[in-house]
Design a protein around this ligand. Structure first.
Ligand SMILES: [Zn+2]
Length: 348
C-alpha cells in the first residue's frame, strides 16, 4: 500500500500550457508528489516504476453517468477514474459511492447526486430506465428544502432537479427557488435535466448552476445562450442524442453548445452513461462531437480531465498510444490507467 509508483513517458500533458518531454509522475499514498521532467524527479526508496511508450494525461472524469446501468470495471479500464452519478436511488448509490473509495473496488471513484427532485408524477418517475426511488417527488417548497438538507447530509455532491415538461409535471417556481436557495446554503450546485420549451429560461431564473445535458429540443435564442454562458456550466452529453449516427437532435445540441462555447461558457465532459448504448470509459464519439462544437483539443482535454497533474492532486492518470492533441481518436487507444496510485489497467 505504501509503495510509491513512478510513471515515465516520452511526453505528458500536465495542465493547460504544460506539456513536458521525458516526463515522470510520482505518486505516493494515492497522491501525486511530483509531476515534471524525469531528470528532476525524486526517487522514493520503495518504488514501482512503469515506463510507458505513450502520451500521459490526467485521467478522465465523466460528470453525468448512471453507474448502476453500466460496468464499472470497463469504465475504469477505458480511462475514466471518476464519475458523477446524476440519478439513482439513494439507498443504493450512496453506499456504492462509499465503497468506491476502497482500493478493492474495481471501478472509478463514484460521487453521486442521489435521486432527482421532481414533481409528483414527473420525470423520471414513469420512465422505464429508472428504478423506483430514482425520482424523489416533492409536494411543496418546505418539502423541497427538507429533501436538499437530507441529501446534503447523506453526502450528495450535487442536487439534481428534473425540469422535463415533455415527460409530465415539473417542479413549481417556488419549489425550484427553495431548492436552489437551500443547495446554495449547503454549498452544492443544482444540476437540471431541462427538456421542453421555456425550461432553460426557468433554470436560469432560479439560479441553477449546471445543465445535465446540452439542450437538444430547440435552438436556443442568442440572448439565452449569452445568459447561460455567464452563470451556468453545461455537461455535454452530445452522443446520447445519436449514438454515433446523425439526428436532428444532435445537430441542434452541437449548434447550441458551439454558440455557448463561443460566448465563453464552461463545458464539462459527460456522457449520460447507462442511459442507452454509450460505451463504457472514454466515449470517443463524444470527444469528436466536442470538436465539432468548436472546442480545440486543449479545451477538450480540460473539459474531460479530473484535474491537472500536479503535486497534491489525486494520483490518477492515463497514457494513450498516440498524441491526442494531434489525433483526438487517440482516446480509443488507452495503454495505461492509474487510479489513486494503483495501476488499474495496462496494455503494451
Ligand atoms: Zn442521465
Amino acid at each position: 500500500m505504501s509503495r510509491a509508483l513512478v510513471v515515465r513517458a516520452p511526453m505528458a500533458w500536465l495542465a493547460p500550457g504544460r506539456t513536458v518531454e521525458g516526463a515522470a509522475i510520482v505518486i505516493e499514498r494515492g497522491v501525486i508528489t511530483y509531476a515534471g521532467t524525469a531528470a528532476q524527479a525524486p526517487e522514493p526508496r520503495d518504488v514501482e516504476a512503469v515506463d510507458v511508450d505513450g502520451f500521459v494525461l490526467p485521467a478522465i472524469a465523466d460528470r453525468h453517468v448512471h453507474i448502476g446501468l453500466a460496468d464499472p470495471a470497463a469504465v475504469l479500464m477505458r480511462g475514466v477514474t471518476a464519475v458523477r452519478d446524476l440519478g439513482w436511488p439513494p439507498d443504493v448509490i450512496f453506499p456504492l459511492a462509499d465503497a468506491s473509495e476502497l482500493p478493492s473496488y474495481n471501478g472509478p471513484l463514484i460521487r453521486a447526486a442521489g435521486p432527482m427532485l421532481t414533481a409528483p408524477g414527473g420525470y423520471p418517475t414513469r420512465d422505464r430506465w429508472a428504478p423506483p426511488g430514482t425520482g424523489l417527488e416533492v409536494h411543496d417548497p418546505g418539502e423541497a428544502e427538507r429533501a436538499v438538507r437530507m441529501l446534503a447530509a447523506r453526502g450528495a455532491v450535487a442536487i439534481k432537479v428534473a425540469l422535463n415538461a415533455a415527460a409530465g409535471p415539473t417542479l413549481s417556481d417556488a419549489e425550484l427557488a427553495a431548492i436552489c436557495r437551500t443547495a446554495g446554503e449547503e454549498k452544492l450546485p443544482v444540476v437540471a435535466h431541462v427538456e421542453g420549451p421555456g425550461q432553460v429560461e426557468r433554470a436560469l431564473g432560479a439560479g441553477v448552476r449546471e445543465l445535465a445535458h446540452t439542450p437538444w429540443t430547440e435552438a436556443l435564442p442568442d440572448r439565452v445562450v449569452q445568459a447561460l454562458a455567464k452563470s451556468i456550466r453545461i455537461v455535454s452529453t452530445l452522443d446520447i442524442q445519436s449514438f454515433g449516427g446523425d439526428t436532428p437532435e444532435v445537430r441542434t445540441a452541437v449548434d447550441n453548445l458551439r454558440r455557448f462555447h463561443e460566448a465563453g461558457g464552461v463545458v464539462l465532459y459527460g456522457t449520460d452513461l447507462g442511459n442507452g448504448p454509450i460505451p463504457p470509459g472514454v466515449d470517443v464519439r463524444e470527444v469528436l462531437l466536442l470538436a465539432e462544437a468548436g472546442l480545440d483539443p486543449e479545451e477538450i482535454v480540460q473539459a474531460m480531465a479530473r484535474g491537472p497533474l500536479e503535486r497534491n492532486a489525486p494520483g490518477d492518470l492515463l497514457a494513450l498510444g498516440r498524441n491526442p492533441f494531434e489525433e483526438l481518436d487517440a482516446f480509443a487507444d488507452v495503454r495505461l490507467v492509474v487510479r489513486a496510485g494503483r495501476v488499474a489497467h495496462r496494455r503494451s
